[in-house]
Each structure stands twice: as C-alpha cells, then as structure tokens.
Design a protein. Structure first.
Length: 229
C-alpha cells in the first residue's frame, strides 16, 4: 500500500508540475528547440522529403504539405518524395491524397515520387537511400517536435547533406479578446476571461506541447539506445 500511495503521490506531483509549467514559456521553448536545434539550410537541395504524419486530411499532413509546396517552388529543380506508407496503386490511399494536395498547390505530377515502405523514421531513412544518393543534398519537411529525431536518423543512415524545414504553425495576428458581459448569458461568480488570451489559449497549447515533448523525448531515448541516432 505504501508503494502504491507513493506512486500516486508521484503522479500527482508530476501533474501539478505540468500545470504550473503550462503558465510559463518553457514548454514553447523546448518545443521550439526540438524543431530548430538541427534545422538549417546549408545546401541547395536536390530532393525534398516530406515525412508523412498521419491520415489525409489531417492537421500534421496538411501543414507539412503547405511547407513542402513552398519549398518545391523555391527550389524548382528538386524532386519531391512523399515518405508515407500506403498503397500507391490506390488513388484513395494516404500517399496519393498527399500527392493530390501537392498537385493542387501547383507542384507538377512528374516532380513527385513515393517512398511507401518505411513505417517509422529509421526505416524511412533507410528506404530513402534506395532513391537518393547519400551525398545529394536533401531537405526534410516534418513537424517541429519530430525534426531533431528525423535529422539525426537520416544522418545515422548515411546522408551527409541534410537541410531541415520544421512545419511550425503561425499564431493568429487578430485580437481575440472580448468583454464577457457584453455577450449576454448568465453572470456567474467567476472571473471574466475575455481579456485573458493566456488563460483561454496559451495554457492549453502549452499543455499540448508538454505531451508532444514527453513523447518525443522518450522516442529520442529509444532511438539512441537502439543506435538509430
């Protein structure tokens, strides 16, 4: 019973710490570090590799497509590789839906290829070696929390010239504040929140970042122990 009690106390303390940290800027800066610590553009890429992040449409894949489209337009001589498992013969598969989104954004069909076999970052890096020379400059496009592991995985696989483009979200520039009492409804004995975008949005975003950070730190540790990074 004492062991179980100590376990729940530890869980409670951890949860309390996460909530406290959500009111600070630290979760964002750790998230930002995961996205930028290995992100750079040293070489003009020959291949843009879009690392798929889920189904299609999904938030992660759509924002990665947005960044990949713009990178492909900035470097018009590159080939774009969609690294996403799926049946390329099926027009409704996730890889083909990603391709359709890229084509709708102005990227010609002939510039887009697939790497449909890799099911994690390590295997995607190994499979991409079948299509891309290790000495050729590449540009990785993926979510910020995944970028550090992606760069290290491709480097470990043997790629020597790795550029990285983390798909960060952009915050809205609009003023989202409001006056609670002007909107009618009940007037309960609780503080108004209309003027506090920190309470309405930032704290919850930071809690989300903390989950992403925790998952990614575990993944980085596992990859390190396996010798994949």
């Amino acid at each position: 019973m004492r062991l179980l009690r100590n376990f729940f106390l530890l869980i409670g303390f951890f949860f309390f710490l996460c909530v406290v940290l959500a009111f600070t800027e630290q979760p964002y800066w750790v998230y930002h570090w995961l996205g930028t610590s290995k992100s750079e553009l040293k070489w003009e890429p020959r291949h843009i590799i879009l690392l798929g992040g889920g189904g299609m449409p999904s938030e992660s894949n759509l924002i990665r497509c947005w960044y990949a489209q713009r990178a492909a337009k900035s470097f018009p001589n590159t080939k774009l590789i969609i690294a996403m498992p799926g049946l390329t013969e099926d027009s409704l598969s996730t890889p083909n839906r990603i391709k359709a989104e890229l084509v709708a954004g102005g990227i010609p069909h002939k510039r887009i290829g697939f790497e449909p076999l890799g099911t994690n970052t390590r295997s995607q890096a190994l499979e991409c070696m079948r299509q891309v020379k290790m000495q050729a400059p590449i540009l990785l496009v993926t979510s910020p929390e995944h970028m550090r592991r992606a760069v290290l995985s491709f480097k470990k696989a043997g790629f020597t010239k790795i550029n990285a483009l983390p798909a960060f979200e952009n915050a809205s520039e609009a003023d989202l504040s409001f006056t609670d009492d002007e909107l009618g409804g009940n007037a309960p004995l609780i503080p108004d929140v209309g003027e506090s975008t920190n309470m309405r949005y930032q704290v919850w975003n930071h809690l989300k970042y903390e989950i992403l950070i925790a998952r990614e730190l575990v993944a980085l540790s596992y990859y390190k122990l396996r010798g994949w990074i």
